[in-house]
Design a protein around this ligand. Structure first.
Ligand SMILES: [Zn+2]
Length: 84
């Protein structure tokens, strides 16, 4: 199994904000971005929610937040960009 983390698992550590639709990550963060440790690996939570909905991020592309809230992991608030 490549990715044992499901959206349900991630949602257990999230506060949904009704007004904005943001899903604020409550777990570990690094530079305000949500992180989760799986075994030896530390993964970005926004990337995980995006990939559960949209599949792998193509090489050379990065995720950016429409809402400008770095710890938000709502895939609907994320989009792919060529720069950080
Ligand atoms: Zn958001």
């Amino acid at each position: 199994m490549i990715n044992p983390i499901t959206l349900d698992t991630l949602m257990e550590n999230v506060i949904p904000v009704t007004e904005t639709g943001c899903w604020l990550w409550l777990g570990e963060t690094q530079k305000d971005y949500g992180r989760i440790r799986i075994g030896d690996e530390e993964l970005c939570t926004d990337k995980l929610t995006w990939e559960t909905q949209n599949g792998k991020i193509p090489d050379g592309l990065h995720l950016s937040h429409r809402c400008n809230i770095r710890c938000c992991i709502n895939p609907n608030h994320l989009f792919l960009t060529k720069t950080h």
